[in-house]
Design a binder for this molecule. Structure first.
Ligand SMILES: Nc1ncnc2c1ncn2[C@@H]1O[C@H](COP(=O)(O)OP(=O)(O)O)[C@@H](O)[C@H]1O
Ligand SMILES: [Mg+2]
Length: 371
């Protein structure tokens, strides 16, 4: 019997689970927002609905072996009900730390993982007190529902948070003067098996991931070891199952702070589709099904992943042939999504001997795709 994996979410992450699912004869079922969703186009057994649509989700999971996610935005009541029906990976008790940045900061502090100095604020007075202690500017975040920099604000004056405070508690953080952002991607199976990919560097533009360099250049073995040990500790103590991305800030002197956690395949892991012995999408499926994890060794060279971000340009697919012609080593991944400014429409993975060369080729490939 082929295993059945239900996935909540119909974007590119669910879509990219389809190729490894096909290879392993795993039946994927995705909960998608519309028939045009990126995942719906390639997963014939898709169900249309939203993550709060319990009856629809009950249909989705009926007869499935496991439920997993491509995003975190699922109401707690829905998860509590589904937990009685089938195994869920990551488990809701772990997922909560990817859903709520306040709970995440609290938990990581508790287990001794280094994070920016932070505080929960419910009033302007508390924000003013934090500003006095920490100095300005500082960072404010909505605890839930944010992504791609939405829900993150650089604050110079407490009053900039008046609107947010009316909606509920706000997470305040010191602004870390990082030299770069890193990401440690790992997987932990429902059997407890653990594997880490090499540490990578991720570069954001306006809060959105733009480029990822694997492995992270100029990294000492000590920093790489520290990052994977942090991720191992987080995965174990939080009992995470599936792929876990630990977003990190590195400061001068190789200090590492955890920014946030994602318990699913992550943009910083897209390079693994072409540059690793096992892609994060296959690994996630293996992990949630309790199958042995695949090797995480890198293929030769350095790999640069660059996102195709939407602009006012026409659909990208038309220019794929031109990329193939000019940069044959570029691996193209398109999501079938309609173009909207800033939207993630696809990415390329490009190998080279040198980082600067891979970056140059990835840039050029994206430029061509933009048309
Ligand atoms: N404490 C901080 N200090 C400095 N920069 C930060 C801090 N928190 C977030 N940022 C910047 O904002 C980006 C988005 O924040 P993050 O919490 O990861 O939100 P999202 O859920 O949108 O990815 C980070 O990648 C980083 O560039
Ligand atoms: Mg982030």
């Amino acid at each position: 019997m082929s295993p059945v994996v239900a996935v909540i979410g119909g974007g590119q992450l669910a879509r990219m689970m389809a190729p490894p699912a096909t290879n392993l004869n795993i039946t994927l079922r995705a909960l998608v927002e519309s028939p045009q969703a990126a995942a719906a186009q390639v997963i014939p057994t898709s169900t249309i609905g939203t993550p709060s649509d319990l009856p629809i989700i009950e249909q989705l999971v009926s007869g499935a072996d496991v439920l997993t996610f491509e995003h975190e935005h699922i109401p707690a009541e829905v998860l509590a009900r589904l937990e009685k029906i089938l195994p869920i990976h990551p488990r809701p008790a772990a997922l909560i730390y990817a859903q709520d940045k306040l709970l995440m900061r609290q938990k990581l502090t508790e287990i001794g993982i280094k994070v920016p100095r932070w505080q929960k604020a419910v009033s302007l007075a508390e924000v003013e007190k934090f500003a006095l202690e920490i100095g300005t500017p500082f960072i404010a975040k909505t605890p839930r529902g944010g992504y791609d920099g939405k829900g993150v604000k650089v604050v110079h004056h407490a009053t900039e948070l008046t609107d947010w405070l009316q909606l509920g508690p706000v997470l305040l953080e010191e602004k870390i003067p990082f030299t770069r952002e890193l990401s440690q991607l790992v997987a932990r199976s429902s059997t407890g098996e653990f594997k880490a990919w090499p540490l990578v560097e991720s570069i954001q533009q306006n809060g959105v991931c733009w480029q990822v360099i694997a492995p992270a250049p100029r990294t000492t073995p000590e920093v790489a070891e520290k990052a994977s040990q942090m991720a191992l500790k987080i995965a174990t103590e939080l009992n995470v199952t599936g792929v876990l991305a630990v977003e990190l800030f590195e400061t001068t002197g190789g200090e590492l702070y955890v920014n946030e956690l994602a318990m699913r395949p992550h943009n910083s892991g897209h390079w693994t589709q072409d540059g690793s012995a096992t892609s994060q999408f296959e690994q996630h499926l293996r992990a949630v099904l309790g199958l042995p994890l695949g090797e995480t060794d890198m293929l030769p060279g350095v790999w640069v992943m660059q996102n195709l971000l939407g602009s006012n340009y026409p659909q990208a697919a038309a220019a794929s042939g031109e990329v193939m012609h000019e940069i044959p080593q570029a691996r193209i991944h398109l999501y079938g999504k309609e173009v909207r400014p800033g939207r993630k429409l696809g990415h390329v993975n490009v190998p080279a001997d040198e980082v600067s060369q891979a970056q140059k080729l990835a840039n050029r490939a994206i430029e061509i795709l933009h048309g």
